[in-house]
Design a protein around this ligand. Structure first.
Ligand code: ADP
Ligand code: MG
Length: 698
């Protein structure tokens, strides 16, 4: 066997391993839970736990952990050894069904938005048998959901699973109305997330407090060369990066992660990794693991992996593309156009559902990608804008147009297009992928949501997407279930939906200013910042749909509103404090001592002979001094703004304050410091420059 095949999934307790290791009856029971969502019998859990433990110990594991995804956005784990003392003073290695199924991390420090009073701090983790257990760093990791004792979700996984259930139920209702779907009992959404990242050398990273504290550079004048030559995109991969990628791939493959495509991205030092798609909850786990392993593997290679959405001003930030589709338990991709009129009617109905869902829940999709870091990208002419719209491609749009008008499509066609009667003409799927400026693009047999930031958990956007589409599919089912003429009803529904929601379809350049105006005239939302977007999370229609689909209770949603605002405010606060610190301890002292040196030269020259020319030093000392004064005054403004924060008690007001009052001062301070950087000798500048950072990996 070749090496890749041999190592693939070796650290995963996957179906093949379960089948080999579990008694036949236990395996059957467990598969019923995994595939059919049936409740798991405690006696089965004991057998599974024991088999898992034996397997893990054989692989060198000594500990286990419930692995979960709290609202911090990263994963959490607390390790327990398998050891149990015996009467004889020795130990045995044990792991019970109870320990597998439920855990109790002391969770008082995870964000809960007031759901859990700290005196009642205990939340619990519950095994998610639909995600395989795996071994990481000598620890058996059990993927779990994290809830409060009163049952509220405190994590990103629980609502994701709920949203998958919601869309499954709704889609099955619709599918049952079409012939040929008798064997369909569930659908799963599938996701392939493309992940962008930067690599910098550890030695330069260590000298940048801003990177260490905030993950991005808060200062830094542009390097003479950025990405303008576009010579990095798809360029030759440097040997050091290649070695990192090789190592990373192997680690990912061992965990059963389908790492497939890797290449250099647009900005210097920027790269991308894309896996083959999988079921959404698995894709979510895998994406978290991928990010973690990127960091760890980089560190083994003397580098640091930056996953921040905007590590460097002036060059592209990093995003994540969420390729999304829906497929049935019988293996049919519902966003793949079919070969017969009947299949096409079904495809068009699902397409129409997505179009309407994205239009009606633009705000939820926008909110799902809102973060302090991503605010630097959305709408900044490098990433899809903050306005949500759909790209269908000119051909598919023209086909829908012909359907809507009941006219022939294409130069040679004679017959008018009719849903459920005509076979869709073949449209060139390649052209559907050309527009990189659209936030939500149809790419032939899936949609690609491109607004995510590199650091986002993909759970958030898929929760909203699944819920929104579930809602519309249910409305469609309500309408179609009683129809006397089903084909005519489908046709009418698709056409009505396209008519009412085509404002969300935009095939042009999403980065242009004209689009901003056009979108406004179409009544589309343009929520530019995180606080502005979050303000819509608890809008009546959003609370209602999330409640109705069983994804969030009102309490959960309100708590998330608080947590996200709080998180935003905290991030900007850390950035502001880091700027204050760097300005006081690094930049101002250097500016002052350089001015002193220059003034010394001027004085020394004059002392030799009053007629000696000291224009250069005099001009420079003036410039440096005036910039120093500017920096000092911005610093004072920033400190003052930070003081005023104490008077604000509501988290949403706090987030808005940081957004509207603090960030503008930070920008001014940065501009002054960056200008100063242009005048101070490289040998005196206290931190590595952009040039040194962006070209540090050679
Ligand atoms: P690109 O967007 O760079 O052109 P591709 O179109 O080849 O790349 O694929 C991008 C991602 O979409 C990959 O992760 C791929 O596995 C994923 N993908 C392909 N088909 C589906 C599907 N049906 N559902 C979800 N993701 C899919
Ligand atoms: Mg893509």
């Amino acid at each position: 066997m070749d090496k890749v095949t041999a190592i693939f999934g070796e650290n995963v307790f996957n179906e093949a391993t379960m089948k080999a290791r579990l008694p036949k009856e236990t395996f059957k029971q467990l598969m019923k839970t995994i595939e059919g969502g049936e409740k798991l019998d405690p006696s089965v859990a004991n057998v599974v736990a024991n088999a898992m433990k034996d397997w893990a110990i054989e692989k060198g594991a000594t500990h286990f952990t419930h692995w979960f995804q709290p609202l911090t956005g990263v994963t959490a784990e607390k390790h327990d050894a398998f050891i149990q003392p015996t009467k004889e003073g020795g130990i045995i290695m044990e792991f019970s069904g109870k320990e597998l199924v439920q855990g109790e991390p002391d969770a008082s420090s995870f964000p809960s938005g007031g759901i859990r009073a700290t005196f009642e701090a205990r939340g619990y983790t519950a095994w998610d048998p639909t995600s395989y257990a795996f071994i990481k760093d000598g620890t058996l990791c059990i993927p779990t959901a994290f809830c409060s004792y009163t049952g509220e979700a405190l994590d990103k996984k629980t609502p994701l699973l709920r949203s998958m259930e919601a869309i499954s139920k709704a889609a099955v209702r619709v599918l049952k109305l079409f012939e040929g779907n008798e064997a369909v009992t569930s659908v799963k959404t599938t996701v392939g997330p493309e992940q962008e990242y930067f690599l910098v050398d550890k030695s330069v990273y260590d000298k940048r407090p801003d990177l260490i504290y905030t993950g991005r550079t808060l200062f830094g004048a542009k390097a003479p060369k950025g990405q303008e030559l576009e010579d990095h995109y798809f360029g030759m991969i440097k040997p050091r990066v290649q070695a990192f990628m090789k190592d990373l791939n192997e680690e990912l493959w061992k965990l059963g992660i389908l790492a497939k495509t890797e290449h250099n991205e647009v900005a210097p030092a920027q790269h991308e990794l894309a896996p083959i798609f999988s079921t959404t909850n698995l894709a979510c786990d895998h994406n978290q693991l991928t990010m973690e392993l990127m960091r760890k593997t980089a560190s083994k290679h003397g580098m640091v992996c930056l996953l921040h959405e905007k590590p460097f001003a002036g060059v592209n930030g990093s995003g994540k593309h969420n390729n999304w589709s829906i497929s049935t338990n019988t293996g049919k991709n519902l966003l793949d156009p079919g070969a017969t009129p009947d299949q096409n009617a079904q495809f068009l109905l699902f397409l129409a559902a997505v179009i309407r869902a994205v239009d009606e829940y633009q705000d939820l999709l926008r909110i799902s990608v809102a973060s302090a870091g991503n605010d630097h990208r959305l709408g900044a002419n490098e990433a899809p804008p903050a306005i949500i719209s759909i790209f269908l491609g000119d051909e598919l749009t023209a086909i829908l147009d012909a359907l809507e008008k009941g006219v022939p499509y294409g130069p040679h066609a004679k017959e008018k297009m009719q849903i459920g009667v005509t076979v869709l003409p073949d449209f060139n799927k390649d052209t559907t992928d050309r527009n990189r400026t659209s936030p939500f693009a149809f790419t032939g047999n899936k949609f690609e949501f491109r607004s995510l930031g590199s650091n986002d958990s993909i759970a958030c956007c898929n929760i909203m997407l699944n819920t929104a589409v579930a809602d519309i599919l249910e409305k469609f089912a309500d309408e179609l279930e009683g129809a006397s003429d089903f084909n005519a009803a489908v046709s009418a529904l698709v056409l009505k939906t396209i008519k009412e929601h085509k404002r969300i379809i935009f095939n042009g350049n999403g980065y242009s200013d004209e689009w901003v105006k056009e979108a406004e005239s179409r009544g589309l939302m343009n929520l530019k910042t995180t606080p502005e977007a979050l303000a819509h999370l608890c809008d009546k229609k959003n609370v209602e749909v999330l409640k109705k689909e069983g994804v969030f209770t009102e309490v959960e949603l309100k708590s998330r509103y608080d947590i996200y605002n709080d998180n935003y405010a905290k991030i900007i606060n850390i950035e502001a404090l880091t700027m204050i610190d760097m300005t006081k301890k690094l930049y101002l002292p250097v500016a002052s001592s350089y001015a002193n040196e220059l003034a010394g030269v001027v004085a020394a020259k004059k002392a030799v002979d009053a007629g000696i020319d000291a224009t250069y030093e005099t001009d420079l000392v003036k410039k440096v001094s005036s910039l120093t004064t500017g920096i000092y005054s911005k610093l004072q403004s920033l400190e003052k703004a930070e003081c005023e924060v104490k008077n604000i008690s509501e988290v949403d007001e706090l987030a808005a304050y940081y957004c509207n009052k603090v960030i503008p001062i930070m920008n001014e301070l940065r501009a002054n410091v960056d200008e100063l950087e242009g005048y101070v000798p490289a040998s005196k500048w206290p931190v590595p420059s952009y040039g040194e950072l962006l070209y540090s990996v050679r």
